[in-house]
Design a protein around this ligand. Structure first.
Ligand SMILES: [Zn+2]
Length: 485
């Protein structure tokens, strides 16, 4: 079979290899099929093969961003929750909106969300999919991801949206019971992910567990064991989201006590982890994902990523809830970095800052690959790795002069500078536009489905759900100690 070549010429390459991270000037990158074949100066492609050549003069090439925590289904609701706290979100998104989704809603949400991520240079995502109300919802979620051509891990959610919107108690009578859900997860694993290897499949299979108090500690461990039996490559769970979680030690401490901590675990959030939990995280090789935009907005604490790095843990960034904010990953790097700088510099004098821009870039790329157990395949611009690359054009009024290429990407560029995106050797965005997308049709679907969901949600009596969540949140705050470590 003929090989496909892409040759990127004369780029500034932020490889993310080494410490400090290497930046290569006037550099060429040769891609053969799905992998980076060679990196260096004056590289040429084989003359007898067809080659796509990209002139990357005045461009910076980085690895694709890796988003470690994202609820893709919420894409249809973007803008809805910009002024909501976690309490409001739990009431409405997880007790009403999730229940209203049809399988087709899930398909279009996952497809559009994936394309939006690619448009923003995010080439790999962990989809924490807690909208699986039936087997058809699971099929639709997988198809949406696969049709878009993004890389990632589909994490089958065990969360039962209440079949009667707004009535959390109705979940107990759902005919899609926990047993049926587990059987369906096994079906999905077999049907779509028979080969669950990162090197062979763009999308791989994982599981998103429930978080206490939605399940008991014992049931949480049982869910984890069942997920490993299914062959889930990654198992993700929300963790230590509120101050009250410090005294409860419900997830990491529970898994640690049960002897279940391992590198396949990805914990999202975790600002209120205890010292012991952080140590268990470090010793097991499990990862943690900070989601700066949503955490800062919704009362989930300061992003845990720096503390986690200091303790030698695997850490990365995620977008989480894009009904709050958009998919700009550059913003996540900046929020994580600047928030930490503000905290560390409070009433102190220092010429140089304690946290570096290159470290934020690493969290967004190689750090994400490490958390998702994919660092041998992606996360850096390295010969032999999969070709997941972002090309920033940096010759406009906002980016000239380029003094520090990593600084330009993190502090001066924006998604409008992302000219080309390559996933698995395939160009998915070229000349600033997504390739092969019928946007007129897709945008019509997104708008109509969003409107219907919002109209249906407006008819739901929220009294019970609001009282239930308010009591749970207030109890959590009451139990909260004054400070965390
Ligand atoms: Zn989440």
């Amino acid at each position: 079979m003929a090989k496909l070549y892409t040759l990127i010429k004369n780029a500034t390459v932020v490889s993310m290899e080494g410490s400090p991270q290497a930046v290569l000037e006037e550099c060429d990158i040769l891609i053969e099929n799905d992998r980076i074949k060679a990196i260096g100066q004056q590289i040429s492609a084989p003359t007898d093969e067809e080659t796509i050549t990209i002139d990357a003069t005045d461009c910076i090439v980085t690895p694709g961003f890796v988003d470690g925590h994202h609820h893709m289904w919420q894409h249809l609701l973007r803008g809805l929750t910009v002024d909501w706290s976690l309490y409001g979100y739990c009431c409405h998104l997880r007790s009403v909106y999730g229940s209203l989704y049809t399988p087709d809603d899930v398909y279009f949400a996952n497809y559009a969300a994936s394309l939006s991520l690619l448009n923003n240079g995010v080439t790999t995502v962990l989809d924490h999919c807690h909208v699986i109300n039936s087997p058809a919802h699971a099929d639709a979620a997988v198809k949406g991801l696969k049709d878009a051509g993004i890389r990632g891990t589909f994490c089958y959610g065990f969360y039962p949206n209440p079949p009667v919107p707004g009535d959390m108690a109705s979940a107990a009578n759902d005919k899609f019971s926990p047993v049926a859900r587990l059987e369906d997860a096994a079906r999905v694993r077999q049907q779509y992910f028979a080969d669950n290897e990162v090197d062979n499949s763009l999308i791989t299979f994982g599981v998103a567990l429930n978080e206490p108090p939605l399940v008991s500690r014992e049931d949480n461990v049982a869910e984890l064991d069942a997920s490993r039996k299914l062959g889930a490559r990654i198992i993700t769970v929300h963790t230590s989201v509120m101050p009250g979680d410090i005294v409860k030690g419900e997830v990491i401490q529970n898994f640690s006590t049960a002897g279940r901590m391992a590198p396949d675990l990805v914990f999202s959030h975790g600002a209120y982890m205890t010292k012991d939990e952080m140590q268990a995280l470090q010793q097991s090789g499990a990862g943690v994902v900070g989601t700066p935009d949503t955490e800062l907005q919704m009362g989930m604490g300061y992003p845990v990523v720096w503390k986690a790095l200091d303790q030698g843990c695997r850490a990365c960034l995620g977008l989480d809830i894009t009904s709050n904010q958009g998919n700009d990953f550059i913003v996540q790097m900046r929020l994580a970095l600047q928030t930490q700088r503000a905290r560390q510099l409070d009433r102190k004098v220092a010429q140089l800052l304690p946290r570096k821009t290159a470290d934020a870039m690493r969290l967004a790329t190689l750090g994400g690959a490490e958390v998702m157990q994919m660092e041998s395949s992606i996360g850096s611009v390295t010969a032999g790795k999969k070709a997941d690359l972002v090309i920033f054009r940096c010759d406009d009024i906002d980016t000239v002069p380029v003094v520090d290429p990593i600084g330009t990407v993190v502090f001066h560029a924006s998604p409008k500078n992302i000219e080309t995106v390559i996933v698995n050797g395939k160009i998915v965005k070229r000349d600033g536009k997504l390739v092969g997308v019928d946007w007129a049709s897709l945008s019509g679907q997104v708008k109509a489905r969003s409107q219907r969901l919002r109209d249906d949600a407006a008819k739901v009596d929220m009294t019970n759900a609001e009282n239930l969540f308010k009591a749970a949140f207030e109890k959590g705050m009451e139990e909260a100690p004054i400070t965390s470590f």
